[in-house]
Design a protein around this ligand. Structure first.
Ligand code: FAD
Length: 395
């Protein structure tokens, strides 16, 4: 079997890459290989469904550039195919002098990233947007919004099927090899599939596949994000999106409140080290994967730096009261009886051997094999832009 392009992974980035390729090369033969029975079963189907504005990212970084471009492409797609979405705006709320300083850094970053209409609010003005929020200062970000990335994935899947892209579900890629003139993947179905180009967009397992075709200096460490739902009787406490000021040492945004597109409210996600790459619950342990993570020098260096934060995060994952406390920082009125356990997602976070968490998107292309090595949040918002970027890497 020979194709022009093999894409490994049918998450939203893999689907968007195929979407860009089939528009650029309408006659090309594309196959998407996915180990699950359908698309977007992992990060792309278990996230906060927020359309990010781009305020958080270092100006000029790949995240800043692709979030802005991806935001426009995503909105165009959502409108064209009538996919539910809402640009409802969000608040980032500061509650101490340190957080106010950090908030001002974000405000400047947002302006540099081209966001218009950002406003600094005082505690009285905050109440005009979110009457139950307690904060000293906040930024109102009018561009932030909500959608449903499973629906976005479904529409892209339907378009790709219509255009003749082949899907091979329930098929796990075991190996990728570079050959003379073409590249090959080997699957658990005892198949060898050949193509001119291979794109590895395997999310939580992307490092394992990348390692097969070039030397890498990072490992994917899984961080689970757990959610709590706000009971309908308490949903009046949240109008739209309410975020804390994130800790600048981490690439995560902090436990926040999100209105879903069906108007229910969820809070989360936290960021807990997961004992398995697809460890959606604390009780899911894959001993091989756990050993690989904890014996990795980069992880040990990371733990040495941030063991205190790690323990607090673990405790908050065990204790509903501890979780509630972080929510009460934003909305003091919220009670333990207002929240019930929700779902979870696992983030694929690349960590370098020096212990640094890779903050930016990282895409490496060599010998016609393109590896998406780090595509954490806001990669769902940015997916169409990342897809275009990948198709532009193809000569
Ligand atoms: C808790 C959480 C909240 C988030 N919130 C947001 C948000 O609000 N907004 C936003 O923009 N982004 C958000 N993100 C980030 C966003 O969801 C991800 O960046 C994005 O979904 C990554 O997509 P992907 O296609 O790269 O990975 P995935 O969706 O994980 O897809 C990878 C696919 O590869 C498949 N695969 C793996 N190994 C193999 C193999 N060997 N063979 C075949 N198939 C394989 C997997 O089964 C999977 O389907 C969040 C992420 C998480 C985890």
């Amino acid at each position: 079997m020979k194709y022009d392009f093999i894409i490994v992974g049918a998450g939203i980035v893999g689907l968007s890459t195929a979407y860009s390729l089939i528009h650029k090369y309408p006659d090309s033969k594309i196959i998407i290989i996915e180990k699950e029975e359908t698309f977007s079963k992992h990060q792309s189907g278990n996230n906060s469904n927020v359309i990010h504005s781009g305020i958080y990212y270092k100006p000029g970084s790949s995240k800043a550039i692709n979030c802005k471009k991806g935001y426009d492409l995503l909105l165009k797609f959502l409108k064209e195919y009538n996919i539910p979405h809402e640009i409802c705006g969000k608040l980032i709320v500061a509650n101490s002098d340190d957080e106010i300083n950090e908030l001002m850094v974000l405000f400047e970053k947002g302006k540099k990233n081209g966001l218009k209409g950002l406003k600094i609010l005082d505690s009285e003005q905050i109440k005009n947007y979110e009457p139950y929020v307690n904060g000293l200062k906040a930024i109102h970000v009018p561009q932030a919004g909500i959608t449903d990335y499973k629906l976005v994935s479904k529409k892209i899947y339907e378009i790709l099927k219509d255009k003749g892209v082949k899907f091979s579900f329930n098929t796990k890629v075991l190996n990728i090899k570079n050959g003379s003139g073409f590249n090959r993947v080997f699957t658990n179905c005892n198949e060898e599939i050949r193509a001119n180009y291979i794109v590895n967009v395997a999310g939580l397992y992307s490092d394992k596949l990348a390692k097969m075709n070039f030397e890498i200096d990072y490992k994917i460490i899984p961080f689970r994000g757990e959610y709590y739902n706000l009971k309908p009787s308490a949903s009046y406490l949240v109008k739209n999106l309410i975020y804390p000021v994130p800790d600048p040492n981490f690439p995560f945004l902090g436990v926040h409140f999100t209105r879903r597109i069906n108007n229910s409210i969820e809070s989360g996600p936290n960021a807990v080290f997961a004992f398995s790459r697809e460890g959606y619950k604390m009780s899911i342990i894959n001993f091989k994967e756990l050993f690989e993570s904890i014996s990795y020098i980069g992880f040990l260096k990371l733990i040495k730096l941030y063991w205190k934060e790690g323990i607090i995060e673990m405790y908050r994952s065990f204790s509903k009261y501890a979780y509630l406390k972080s929510l009460q920082k934003l909305i003091p009125e919220i009670k333990i009886s207002d929240i019930s356990s929700g779902g979870a997602g696992v983030r694929a976070q690349a960590v370098k051997s020096n212990g640094e968490m890779v903050d930016d998107f990282l895409i490496i292309s060599k010998n016609n094999i393109i590896n998406v090595c780090n595509a954490p949040s806001p990669a769902a918002t940015a997916s169409f832009a990342i897809g275009e970027h990948i198709s532009n890497l193809i000569k």
